[in-house]
Design a protein around this ligand. Structure first.
Ligand code: 5GP
Ligand code: ZN
Length: 114
């Protein structure tokens, strides 16, 4: 996916503030944070959104969630709590069509989901 922003970030063609990386996932700070901690967790294998999850193996898919929890531990918000958000498609206002999870925390988040 040559024209995919997150594939370019993962390849180092566009700089990012990396938090964590493993065989299946890459995590980096969001450029426009919505909370004191706002990290994006992406699958290294390109797939546009969670609706296309069949593009990924169960291991690749599960790795994303494990990395979200890992990042929360690393950044010290595992105990205080955090929110994992996935936007899928137009009605969810997904802007980058490479499946990703937002890990948000570091303060008391709004009770409502949107
Ligand atoms: P979405 O709206 O697709 O769920 O989330 C896309 C996220 O990517 C947004 O929170 C946005 O701030 C973030 N983002 C967009 N472009 C860049 C970029 O070039 N670098 C980083 N680190 N984050 C980006
Ligand atoms: Zn991509």
């Amino acid at each position: 996916m040559n024209d995919c922003l997150f594939c370019k970030i993962m390849a180092g063609e566009i700089p990012s503030k990396k938090v964590y990386e493993d065989e299946f996932t890459y995590a980096f700070h969001d450029i426009a944070p919505q909370a004191p901690v706002h990290v994006l967790v992406i699958s290294k294998k390109h797939t546009p959104d969670v609706a296309h999850n069949a593009d990924l193996s169960d291991q690749e898919l599960a790795a994303c969630l494990r990395t979200c929890a890992k990042v929360a531990e690393m950044l010290g918000i595992a105990e205080s709590g955090y929110r994992i958000v996935n936007n899928c498609g137009e009605d969810a206002c997904q802007t980058v069509k490479h499946m990703h999870y937002h890990v948000l925390g570091g303060e008391k988040l709004a009770a409502q989901m949107a």
